[in-house]
Design a protein around this ligand. Structure first.
Ligand SMILES: [Zn+2]
Length: 279
């Protein structure tokens, strides 16, 4: 993904749709975002969140809303204040809306009930495979149930955050959860969102350490190794699912990798990083 004129574009070049809301302010303090704040919607899907965030009574909005299937909607331009953080602070800063982009991910958050009978706060049923039980780090003594995030949502958020980080130069310490900046009021994105892992996926590949790290191909039908960073480049070789690779360069979402065979580096070429996960 990439950003142009404070709008988000998909990898195929199509612009991410904008659903306008009047729930927004003037320009961000620096004219561009310095923080990214992750939220859950506490609702069933992106559609219901977008409808609510368009409603004046909500007095709330977000820059991006990400649905269960990974589809993305933009509601506020990235140079403009969205109303997602509310009363919040981080280090010396207060009121993070004027510094940040808010990303809302469709997710119920914490749940009620018990195994075999999980319910959202509205009473909507959830199957056991959609639920984890964990203590929130702001309330470590209390085990609660939480809706899991879908892989497609995590991938789409990752792509969007990488584009924002690359375009605006956002620092790794400034990728935060709502529960970081409003810890007494808020529990989103909560323990079902692995922020450390997510932050490492966004930023880790730029570190020297990342280049030493081994990744694994997670593509059922295999992954083409190409002569350059894009599908227009010639195929060199096909890496089967589970193949281990080391990362040589990661200048964009396309990475230059070397296949590891019998502990040695074998074929070298470019792959799209969405089909790799940390081994
Ligand atoms: Zn929130």
């Amino acid at each position: 993904m990439k950003i142009k004129n404070h709008r988000l574009y998909q990898n195929n070049g199509s612009i991410v749709p904008l659903k306008k809301t009047t729930n927004q302010g003037s320009k961000l303090k620096a004219g561009k975002p310095e923080f990214i704040i992750i939220h859950y919607t506490a609702g069933p899907n992106a559609k219901s969140a977008i409808n609510w965030l368009k409603n004046k009574d909500a007095s709330a909005s977000a820059h991006l809303v990400i649905d269960h299937d990974g589809s993305i909607t933009q509601m506020v331009r990235f140079d403009t204040i969205g109303w997602h953080a509310g009363v919040s602070s981080w280090k010396a800063l207060k009121g993070l809306n004027k510094y940040s982009i808010g990303i809302e991910i469709a997710n119920w958050g914490h749940l009620m009930g018990q195994a075999g009978y999980w319910r959202s706060w509205t009473g909507a049923p959830l199957t056991d495979d959609r639920v984890i039980t964990a203590a929130h780090r702001n309330q470590p003594a209390t085990q609660r149930a939480w809706e899991i995030y879908d892989a497609a949502q995590i991938d789409a958020t990752l792509d969007a955050v990488r584009a924002l980080v690359a375009h605006y130069g956002i620092e790794s310490n400034n990728l935060l959860g709502h529960d970081d900046i409003s810890p007494t009021r808020k529990t989103d994105p909560g323990p079902a969102w692995d922020m450390d892992r997510f932050r490492a996926k966004v930023f880790g590949r730029r570190d020297d350490a990342a280049t030493q790290e081994h990744f694994e191909v997670t593509a059922k039908r295999g992954l083409h190794l190409r002569t350059g960073p894009g599908i227009q480049y010639e195929k060199i070789h096909t890496l089967t699912n589970g193949t281990k690779v080391s990362v040589i360069e990661s200048p964009s979402l396309w990475w230059l990798v070397a296949q590891i065979k019998d502990g040695e580096e074998d074929y070298t070429g470019w792959v799209h990083s969405r089909w790799l996960s940390r081994a």
